[in-house]
Design a protein around this ligand. Structure first.
Ligand code: PRP
Length: 184
């Protein structure tokens, strides 16, 4: 870990826990009885949010995972997006809920929505813990948003900087030296 990075807590663990419970309550009421959602988590960043969300949902759910990578320029907004891990369970006629940790430019979510819609789910919605709305280049609809944040690089609660900090129970702003330029 570099000495040149410092963390400033943005959302404490307690605040994240409370907001996740609120999101779970909203999601519960948005799916009628008999329409239990099928959650699709986007690796890696969404894994902690997913784990807490499913335990806060007061109903049966099923879970699957995708992993997504981009190649080309190093940023998803101009690179080629591919699935590096596809779903293991078919989604045709299922009520699919995509679980993201953060939506930034919207490129990843837009691409994934198009890919999954082509498989004819019964419904397709998204929950994202964080929404960095000011960075959007592609408009995407997000039915459930935890927190809207400014254009700051955040880590913790699944989110990383160079694969570090995912394990933090809170969400923090990463303050870094001018020579470090992570992209998310
Ligand atoms: C993050 C996040 C989204 C994507 C959003 O993944 O989980 O999938 O970036 O960015 P966009 O809206 O600009 O497309 P990341 O690339 O950090 O990978 P990781 O989850 O494996 O850390």
């Amino acid at each position: 870990m570099s000495d040149e990075v410092a963390l400033t807590v943005l959302f404490t663990a307690a605040r994240v826990r409370d907001r996740v419970r609120e999101l779970a309550a909203d999601i519960n009421t948005s799916y009628p009885a008999g329409r239990d959602p099928h959650l699709v988590s986007v690796l890696k960043g969404g894994f902690i949010f997913l784990a807490d969300l499913v335990r806060a949902l007061d109903r049966p759910v099923t879970i699957d995972f995708v992993a997504i990578a981009s190649y080309g320029t190093g940023t998803r907004s101009s690179g080629v997006i591919t699935l590096t891990k596809d779903l293991e369970i078919g989604i045709t006629d299922r009520d699919v809920l995509i679980v993201e940790d953060i939506v930034d430019t919207g490129q990843t979510l837009s691409w994934l929505l198009n890919r999954l819609q082509a498989r004819h789910p019964r419904s397709l919605r998204t929950v994202s813990l964080l929404d960095k709305r000011s960075r959007r280049t592609t408009e995407v609809g997000i039915e459930h948003v935890g927190f809207t944040i400014e254009d700051q690089f955040v880590v913790g609660y699944g989110l990383d900087y160079a694969e570090q900090f995912r394990q933090l129970p809170y969400i923090a702003i990463l303050n870094r030296s001018p020579t470090d330029t992570p992209v998310r």
